[in-house]
Structures are given as structure tokens and as C-alpha cells.
Write a protein that binds this ligand. Structure first.
Ligand code: ZN
Length: 53
């Protein structure tokens, strides 16, 4: 992972980040930076709750 990675939602750095696929690999999403967003654990959880809601 690059050190530029930060949470795209809250901007936190140097926290444990989760790489989230915008388009899931099972749906043809590629494992590229354009298809990945990094979220801290907190935002990752919130994002998933939003997505699933
Ligand atoms: Zn965050």
C-alpha cells in the first residue's frame, strides 16, 4: 500500500484502512486504484451500512 492512502471519507491517515471495491470483482470490477477506495474501519462500516440499507 502507498503511504498516500488515507480514508476518502474522513481523511484520516495512519489508521487501519480497508480497500473497498467500488464495483465488486464478482461483477467485473478490476483490482485497480480507480476501482478501489480506502476507508478507515469506522467509515468502512458506515459505508457498508449505507450500501446495504
Ligand atoms: Zn474514515
Amino acid at each position: 500500500m502507498r503511504d498516500k492512502y488515507q480514508c476518502v471519507s474522513c481523511g484520516k491517515k495512519q489508521v487501519q484502512l480497508q480497500a473497498h471495491h467500488i464495483v465488486h470483482q464478482s461483477q467485473g470490477g478490476k483490482d485497480t486504484i480507480k476501482n478501489l477506495i480506502t476507508l478507515c474501519q469506522q467509515c468502512f462500516t458506515l459505508k457498508f451500512r449505507e450500501t446495504l440499507a
